[in-house]
Design a protein around this ligand. Structure first.
Ligand code: GLU
Length: 434
C-alpha cells in the first residue's frame, strides 16, 4: 500500500507556530494597491493565481516500497512573460504558502523589469530523508506529472529551498526526453539554476547573495554607514545566507550570529563563513560548528549587530522578534520572513527594512540571464554576469528609494508600487479578454 511522504516535521527550534503566508502577502498587496490607487479590475485579477495545479504521484524507494508524493505548481500571473519561480522541497509546503510565494515572484520580476511573470512549485516532503537516487526519481516523476504545464515559453522553474542545480538538471533532462529529437536543445531553458556544464549561467549560484549585498551596499551609502567593521547575523545558512555571509565578510563585515533548523550559534569575535559553509556542506547544518557557542533562538534575535539577514523560511519575525532585534537594518534574503505587525514595530523602533522582492531578486535576474543565454546559444563570462547584475540591482534599489520618498511610503510598499504600476500598465494597454 502506498504511504504519504514523508516523516517527522523538523521546525526551527522553539519557533512559533506559523501563520498563513498567502494572507500576509494579501495584506502587503492591499497596502500598495491603496497607495497606488490600483485599478480594481487589475486588483481582482492579481488577488488570486491564474492556475493552481496539484498532483499526487507514486515513486519507488530504494527498498522497493512506493511512496505517494504531493506536488504543486502555482502559476500566479503571466501578463509580462512566462511564469517564473522556484521549486521548493520541504515538509511544510502547502498550497497557500506557494500561492504567496508565486505572487511574490510576479512582483519580483515586474520590479526588476524582466519579461517574466510569477509562479512557484514544490513537493511536500523532507529531502534530507532521501538518497540521491530517490531524489532523482522523485524529481523526474514530478516533472513528468507536470508535463506540458511547464515549458521554455510557458513556465520556467528554478531552485528554491531544498532544491539544487543537480535537481534542475534532472528536470531539464526529463523534459527533454518527452520533447522531439530536434527540439531537445531548444528546450534547455525550461528550467534555470542548472549546473554550468548543463547550460547554467556563471554566477547564478551566488546571484541571490550578490544581489542582497548590492542592496546592503546601497543602503550603507545612503545612511553613510561603513560596512568595513560592521557586524551581522544570519538566519538560515543555505544558498542565500552562506553567499551573503561570504560576500559581506569580503567587505570587512563580521558574522557574529547564525542559526538554522537545528540551532543557533554566536561568537562576538566573528565566525569564518567559508569554514562554516564547509561544515554545513559536510553535516547538513550549522550545529556542532566549533568556532562559536550554541545559543537559544531568543538569544539569537537579541544579539548586538548592525545587520540582520533572515535567509531561511517565511514568517520567522513576529512582534516578539521585532521587539528583541538590535540591528540597524533588516535585510530580507528569505521570501516573506516578516509579519506585518512586526514590520510596524520595526518602523516605530527606527529599524530599516529592505524588502524581499527587492533584496532577493538577484536570483531571478540571473535566471533571466541564463534563460537568455540558452535561447541565444551564448555563454556569458562571470564578470559580465556580475557587472550586469550589480548595475541592475543598484538601479532598482535607487528607484525604490525614489518612490518611497516621493510617496512617503516604506520600501516594501514602494517596491510593490513600481511592480504593480508596470503590470497595471500592461493590462490597460492590452485590455482584459473577452
Ligand atoms: N527561488 C528563487 C526566488 O525565490 C529564484 C527564482 C528563479 O530564479 O526563478 O526568487
Amino acid at each position: 500500500m502506498a504511504q504519504t511522504g514523508s516523516q517527522s516535521i523538523v521546525a526551527a527550534p522553539a519557533a512559533p507556530k506559523k501563520g498563513n503566508l498567502y494572507d500576509v502577502t494579501r495584506i502587503q498587496l492591499d497596502k500598495a494597491a491603496k497607495a497606488l490607487n490600483l485599478d480594481p479590475d487589475v486588483y481582482t485579477i492579481l488577488s488570486q493565481p491564474k492556475n493552481e495545479l496539484i498532483i499526487n504521484f507514486p515513486v519507488r524507494m530504494d527498498d522497493g516500497r512506493y511512496i505517494l508524493f504531493k506536488g504543486y505548481r502555482v502559476q500566479h500571473n503571466n501578463i509580462l512573460g512566462p511564469y517564473k519561480g522556484g521549486i521548493r522541497y520541504h515538509e511544510e509546503v502547502s498550497l497557500d504558502e506557494l500561492k504567496g510565494l508565486a505572487a511574490a515572484m510576479t512582483w519580483k520580476s515586474a520590479l526588476q523589469d524582466i519579461p517574466f511573470g510569477g509562479g512557484k512549485g514544490g513537493i511536500k516532503f523532507n529531502p534530507r530523508l532521501h538518497s540521491k537516487s530517490e531524489l532523482e526519481r522523485i524529481t523526474r516523476r514530478y516533472t513528468h506529472a507536470l508535463g506540458n504545464n511547464i515549458g521554455p515559453e510557458l513556465d520556467v522553474p528554478a531552485p528554491d529551498v531544498g532544491t539544487t542545480a543537480q535537481m534542475m538538471v534532472w528536470i531539464m533532462d526529463t523534459y527533454m526526453n518527452f520533447s522531439g529529437a530536434g527540439e531537445k536543445n531548444a528546450v534547455r531553458r525550461v528550467v534555470t539554476g542548472k549546473t554550468v556544464t548543463s547550460g547554467g549561467s556563471y554566477g547564478r549560484e551566488a546571484a541571490t547573495g550578490q544581489g542582497l549585498v548590492t542592496c546592503v551596499t546601497e543602503w550603507a551609502r545612503n545612511r553613510k554607514f561603513n560596512l568595513n567593521g560592521a557586524t551581522f547575523i544570519v538566519q538560515g545558512f543555505g544558498n542565500v545566507g552562506s553567499w551573503a555571509a561570504k560576500l559581506l565578510s569580503k567587505m570587512g563585515a563580521t558574522l557574529v550570529g547564525v542559526g538554522d533548523y537545528k540551532g543557533y550559534l554566536a561568537n562576538p569575535e566573528g565566525m569564518n563563513p567559508h569554514k562554516l559553509s564547509e561544515h554545513v556542506a559536510h553535516t547538513g547544518s550549522v550545529e556542532g560548528y566549533k568556532g562559536a557557542r550554541p545559543i537559544s533562538r531568543d538569544e539569537f534575535f537579541a544579539l548586538e549587530c548592525d545587520l540582520f539577514i533572515p535567509a531561511a523560511l517565511e514568517l520567522e519575525i513576529d512582534e516578539k522578534e521585532a521587539r528583541a532585534l538590535k540591528c540597524k537594518v533588516l535585510v530580507e534574503g528569505a521570501n516573506g520572513p516578516t509579519y506585518p505587525a512586526a514590520e510596524a514595530i520595526l518602523a516605530e523602533r527606527g529599524i530599516d527594512l529592505l524588502p524581499d522582492i527587492l533584496v532577493n531578486s538577484g536570483g531571478v535576474t540571473v535566471s533571466y540571464y541564463e534563460w537568455l543565454q540558452n535561447k541565444r546559444s551564448e555563454r556569458w563570462e562571470l564578470e559580465e554576469v556580475e557587472t550586469r547584475l550589480e548595475k541592475q540591482m543598484s538601479r532598482t534599489y535607487r528607484q525604490v528609494c525614489d518612490v518611497a520618498e516621493e510617496r512617503k511610503v516604506d520600501y516594501r510598499t514602494a517596491a510593490y508600487v513600481i511592480a504593480l504600476e508596470r503590470i497595471a500598465k500592461a493590462y490597460a494597454e492590452r485590455g482584459i479578454f473577452p
